[in-house]
Design a protein around this ligand. Structure first.
Ligand code: HEC
Ligand code: HEC
Ligand code: HEC
Length: 124
């Protein structure tokens, strides 16, 4: 006979430990809404605002990999139905030309400090 008294708590502790990075990070990425300087000439980002809010870091990571490793330069946006150059400076910063009052304002609050600007220009 297995002893459920020991096995079940054991499983629960294992599940908590195993998923620790996941729920720990959930807390880390939440942020209070801050006032952001949004581009005036456009209504939308390259994908939905919700998607951009939570996924822009992954998108940029993918862009970098695809651009640098595979040499492919264009990104198709379903939302805008157009291609964008996979470029941090020439695309993102072309619309979001106020880094201080957009990117930084959000990052400062969540204590994120992307090192991208060591090499990339903030203006096209
Ligand atoms: C064509 C212009 C344009 C480009 C290119 C663009 N954005 Fe945006 N972005 C916008 C606009 C306009 C909004 C505000 C949308 C709204 O009001 O809901 C926005 C919203 C966002 C948001 C959400 C802000 C919030 O309200 O929480 C993030 C994050 C973001 N953009 C990051 C990026 C990144 C990173 C890139 C490059 C991968 C990029 N954007 C490229 C125009 C652009
Ligand atoms: C709505 C708030 C918000 C805006 C606006 C925003 N970011 Fe972020 N960004 C975040 C958060 C939160 C993280 C950290 C996510 C995490 O820890 O997983 C992050 C992470 C990143 C990362 C990854 C950093 C790392 O060290 O892993 C990059 C790159 C980045 N943002 C680029 C940008 C750029 C470029 C802009 C402006 C065009 C921008 N972000 C605007 C909230 C924002
Ligand atoms: C040590 C210098 C360095 C750092 C730091 C760096 N990059 Fe880059 N990145 C490069 C170089 C070099 C290229 C290739 C440029 C080319 O071939 O035109 C590149 C290309 C890219 C590209 C595709 C082309 C373009 O014009 O944007 C993206 C997207 C990108 N990097 C994103 C990032 C992001 C996001 C960060 C921060 C999380 C980052 N990079 C940090 C050096 C750097």
């Amino acid at each position: 006979m297995y002893n459920a008294k020991y096995i079940i708590p054991g499983l629960i502790i294992f599940a908590l430990l195993f998923t620790f990075p996941f729920w720990y990070n959930l807390g880390a990425v939440t942020y209070e809404p801050v006032e952001l300087e949004l581009p005036e000439d456009f209504d939308d980002c390259i994908e939905s605002t919700e998607f951009m809010r939570t996924e822009h870091m992954k998108l940029l990571d993918e862009w970098r990999d695809i651009y640098v490793r595979d040499g492919y330069q264009l990104y198709w946006s379903e939302l805008k139905e157009q291609y964008f150059l996979m470029s941090l400076t020439k695309t993102c910063m072309d619309c979001h030309d106020n880094k201080e009052d957009f990117c930084d304002r959000c990052h400062d609050q969540t204590a994120v400090d992307p090192y991208c600007w060591d090499c990339h220009h903030t203006e096209p």
